[in-house]
Design a protein around this ligand. Sequence first.
Ligand code: SAM
Length: 449
Amino acid sequence: MRFRDQRRSVSNAAGMQVTPRKSMGQNFLQDEEISRWIADQIVPDGADLVVEIGPGLGALTKHLVGRPKKLVLIEKDSQLAPELSEHFAGRDDVEVIHNDATRIDLRPWFRHGPVRLIGNLPYSVGGEILKHWLGMPSPVGSAVFMLQKEVCDRLAAKCGEDAYGALSLLVQKDWNVEMLRVVPPEVFKPKPKVDSAVIRLTPRDPATLPVFDHALFDRLVRMSFSQRRKQLKNLLPETPNGWEALVQHLSVSLTVRAEELSLEQWVQVARWYEERHEADAGQKASEMFDVVNERNEVIGKLTRGEVHQRKLLHRAVHIFVINKRGHIYLQQRSHLKDVSPLKWDSSAAGHLDAGEDYATAAVRELGEEIGIHVDTTDLAAQIPAGDNTDHEFVELRLARHDGPVRCLPEEIACGEWFRPEDITAWVDARPQDFAKGFVTCWKAWLSQA
Ligand code: SAM
């Protein structure tokens, strides 16, 4: 039990009272005008779902309630969470989750569509909350956060600014960051020692950067900013064609430091290490496929472009990769795909090459798309060609895998392991998030399970 120190305690108009805990980052906003203004920035009116992290005594919450169709409040404090639940008990449009926002499972949230996320974040774990909610794939469609101004400066900084560093790059490769407003310590109780600021994050259009291996980018950036005054040539691993060739490619000096390279240049560095020197190209319209008749018998060979344009029957394989927990890996297709860009799809999927059989194509696609090398896959379903498969005769095959997955960036934007029940709920709620062929495969698989 916690004893309340009346001199230090903070209360709200609804009679909730708490003695602020530093370990919980509890600095409660006291200014109505600023609270209302921050709530407005997430554009809550009519939204399907707004999620608030750390509602506390409800400074922002009271300006959000009743505006979206559903408001979810995530509060870790075991005194505040039950009080909030009691306070909103009569409302169907408000749900209180007593949980830690750095640990909550985000996978069930995809079924709600892009989530609008807001929070005057506990500064003690602000970084962890950002990492958890904004790491890819993320169900977040836009976020408005209040954090220490110094952290907001780092998140929003561009090359050449003092605050520019690893955090700026790791976030900005996936998110646009806008600094909205500085908030002084005086409007909180208890007063923090530093200024705060409000930022907005929205997903970056993936077409604004060439594709690159994100895990490699993260490793190189972290390594290079670990000693930011040191020259990059003494920090980065050996480059494939030598350091001089890389700096020449970037048009920078041999003695360049991490902070002197822009986001676009850092992406070039990652691509250099991947030996990815060609400009991004979409899929090759010249690839050859077998064309088949209504009995799935080969009747000729034509280019991909022609097969798709004339809606001719052809063949494709989908593979569900399952791990030992029974979770299935789903990929989000790259923006470079000519069919269903950025839609969610099977673990790996692709057309059969001319003369190839389904089982061989499955093993090849697993290796090429997600770096999984298996000898065989198991047949799970055969699906006839139709509108629901984009004129493909599809074989669905299964593979078991528990190790890491390495997505090919030009094929796949990102991926995640999902519980089958979460996939089913997501497909039911938002079939538009998925490639057509995947939805057909999923239903075929469920009907056999
Ligand atoms: N939204 C309120 C306001 O603006 O006055 C409170 C903001 S206060 C800075 C941070 C809130 O986050 C507190 O209510 C605290 O209990 C809660 N909190 C701290 N750590 C949390 C976590 N890991 N997950 C969810 N809530 C957390």
